[in-house]
Design a protein around this ligand. Structure first.
Ligand code: SF4
Length: 311
């Protein structure tokens, strides 16, 4: 069971060690069209739950192995705030994280829940997603459980933004023909403009999605980004980070498969981050067809064949 993955060069948060709170299977209350994991019916709660002590041991071991980690990114093969012991984990993580900052990547759907938001308040940085501002678009793009209403989610995000003293980030991912109207963007901008955001990432699909949906062109994305600029939001249009300093990350075959199951890696990322021996193991996995190459928007990625992702 691989709770830790990476280190990866995050295009947003530097060198980051990922902590997967759901390493065996995808567990999420959304089933987003653009998800980098395979599509799976949304679920209300985690069925497979890790012990807090196992997570802490994995983090301790990884921090001994990899020095200078800038960010401990708490995420999941799905939605990390579904993890029922997040508060306890965060309290105990304080004692072992050293200089690294904790970052939560969440879909923001449960911030209205006081038991969950009190755990989220313990992070140094929180990044939440917002893909829609109207219920109809929300259902279309994020495909949430039926009982989840956008109104409740927006209220939760708004309250959390007022209570949180760390760095707050937001991301909007635009999908062609789904959430990319001017009106939707204007309403999202109005909503976000009232918050103390450190940064707003505006992006589109840049990794193979769960369902057959299309990215926006850079021009289309720029046009939408201009709406957010007009509201004085700290907009960032991310571009892929190509590491300039060669890294030497040694991974086993199992770790390579785990990393790719969570996040396809571009050929440039692999060349820049993984050691020669790791790249040799990767080639072996390609020969045995456990890893494939795919192309998206002119960028080539290493990925797992469909069906071998976590489900
Ligand atoms: S993109 Fe995130 S929130 Fe959406 S289904 Fe995938 S894991 Fe869940």
């Amino acid at each position: 069971m691989n709770i830790i993955f990476g280190p990866i060069q995050s295009r947003r948060f530097g060198e980051s060690l990922g902590v997967d709170l759901s390493p065996q299977t995808k567990q999420c209350n959304y089933d987003c069209l653009y998800c980098e994991l395979e599509g799976k019916k949304a679920q209300m709660s985690m069925q497979e739950v890790l012990k807090v002590e196992d997570i802490l041991t994995a983090i301790k071991d990884a921090l001994k192995k990899y020095k200078n980690i800038q960010s401990l990114t708490i995420t999941a093969n799905g939605e990390p705030t579904l993890y029922p012991y997040l508060y306890e984990l965060m309290l105990k993580l304080e004692d072992i994280k050293g200089d690294s900052q904790t970052l939560l990547l969440t879909n923001g759907s449960l911030l209205w829940d006081l038991n969950i938001s009190k755990a989220c308040l313990l992070f140094d940085k929180v990044k939440f997603s917002l893909d829609a501002i109207t219920q109809e678009t929300f259902r279309k793009i994020d495909r949430p459980l039926k009982n989840i209403t956008l109104e409740k989610i927006l209220a939760g995000i708004y309250q959390f933004s007022a209570d949180f003293s760390g760095e707050l980030y937001a991301e909007i991912l635009f999908v062609k023909g789904i959430n990319d109207t001017i009106l939707e963007a204007q309403k999202m901008a109005q909503f976000l403009a009232s918050m103390r955001l450190k940064r707003l990432d505006i992006s589109t699909i840049d990794r193979p999605p769960a369902y057959a949906v299309k990215p926006l062109s850079l021009e289309e994305l720029q046009k939408l980004a201009n709406i957010f600029y007009a509201y004085n939001l700290p907009v960032f249009l991310p571009t892929r980070v190509n590491p300039t300093t060669p890294k030497n990350i040694d991974l086993t075959q199992e770790q390579i498969l785990k990393t790719l199951a969570l996040r396809p890696m571009s050929i440039e990322d692999v060349r820049g981050l993984w050691s020669d021996s790791t790249q040799t193991l990767l080639q072996n996995l390609i020969c045995s067809k456990q890893v494939i190459k795919i192309s998206l928007n002119g960028v080539e990625f290493y990925d797992l064949p469909k069906g071998l992702h976590s489900k």
